[in-house]
Design a protein around this ligand. Structure first.
Ligand code: SAH
Ligand code: SF4
Length: 334
């Protein structure tokens, strides 16, 4: 955004550097604090560029204090949620790339909202800056970003890659690429396009089923047009080219995808692939019929016995509906 402004006013590069330093590194809380710029230039900036495109609404902190879910509104009146997850060794911001999501996976609360709005680059970065500004006062830093909030990142290819560039640009937010993870439900062609940009961030695939039939039931919209077979063609090429491991997210739904047979089938599917399975305990939602599985440990054991690296994701902020797949602006009824 600053680049366009600089171009319009014919500003020299050092003015952009000054801006980046204050805005992305010192996390100023208004353009008035951009004191390295002359006042008249600052005033023009204030007139032409919004300091933040998201309007803060409210915030919920989990009982254990580890998770903070924040609700924002866009100019068009749509709601967006972001979550900060605090751990000993890292502070992660889970960002949204849309308000709602058009993919409609049947177990996901966000998916039930449909799509309200795609977020632009600034709106995605605004979510991170919001937490960074709070953290500045506590002398803490954000260390990780996950694109696991509302929305499907690969259906917002205009803004998501640009936001990643801002996050990882050493002159801007300067986060390491290895600390940014994009999670996708698997749009094959868009995944190809995204990987072609070689942004170097980590990749997580929402697999959730070990076979095409079950995946079509759970994620009908994306998986009917993007088969597991086609998905692996792209992913295998990616690991061949980069030698990077892919994370497979697998949400365990009671009596649906959590049996011993499913675990064996998943092991077979991922055998000889550079893969990490991240099992997710389902976060229940009163509007959806699915239940948490009781077989997480057994499922993990079977995968490990079959040589598949497997972790169970810690769930945060369940009491404030700030956990994965619970991001949906509360409605009075289902
Ligand atoms: N749209 C992207 C990223 C956002 S969802 C994607 O689907 O990958 C982030 C993760 O949370 C996905 O793996 C998603 O399948 C999972 N998820 C959705 N609903 C959930 C729920 N109720 N409980 C636990 N995980 C859920
Ligand atoms: Fe959208 Fe991801 Fe939820 Fe599916 S799981 S509806 S892709 S946010």
């Amino acid at each position: 955004m600053i680049e366009q402004f600089a171009k319009k006013y014919g500003l020299p590069k050092y003015r952009i550097n000054q801006f980046n330093q204050k805005y992305y590194k010192e996390y100023i809380s208004s353009f008035d604090e951009l004191t390295t710029w002359p006042k008249d230039l600052r005033e023009n900036l204030k007139l032409e560029i919004p300091f933040s495109k998201l309007i803060y609404q409210s915030s919920d902190v989990s009982k254990d204090g580890g998770t903070n879910k924040v609700l924002f509104k866009t100019k068009r009146g749509n709601y967006v949620e972001s979550v900060l997850i605090r751990e000993k060794e890292r502070n992660t911001v889970c960002v949204s790339c849309m308000s709602g999501c058009p993919v409609g996976c049947i177990f996901c609360a966000t998916g039930q909202m449909g799509l309200n709005e795609l977020l632009d680059e600034q709106q995605i970065v605004d979510q991170i800056l919001f937490f960074a500004r709070i953290f500045k006062k506590k002398n803490e830093k954000i260390s990780n970003i996950v694109y696991m909030g509302m929305g499907e990142p690969l259906l917002n290819l205009k803004s998501v890659p640009r936001s990643i560039m801002t996050i990882t640009d050493t002159e801007k937010l300067a986060l390491s690429k290895r600390r940014v993870t994009l999670s996708t439900s698997g749009y094959v062609q868009n995944l190809r396009t995204f990987l072609g940009k070689k942004l170097g961030v980590k990749l997580a695939i929402s697999l959730h089923a070990p076979n095409q039939k079950l995946r079509e039931m759970l994620m009908p919209k994306v998986s009917k047009k993007n088969s597991i077979k086609e998905l692996f063609e792209v992913l295998d090429k990616y690991t061949e080219d980069t030698n990077k491991r892919v994370t497979y997210e697998y949400v365990l739904l009671r009596d649906i995808n959590d049996s011993v047979i499913h675990a064996k089938e998943l092991s077979k599917l991922l055998r000889n692939r550079l893969a990490l399975v991240n099992l997710i305990n389902y976060n229940e939602n009163e509007c959806l019929p699915f239940k948490k599985s009781k077989k997480t440990k057994l499922f993990q054991k079977i995968l490990q016995e079959n040589g598949i690296t497997c972790t169970v994701r810690k769930s945060y902020g369940e009491d404030i509906k700030g956990a994965c797949g619970q991001l949906s602006v509360s409605r009075d009824e289902c």
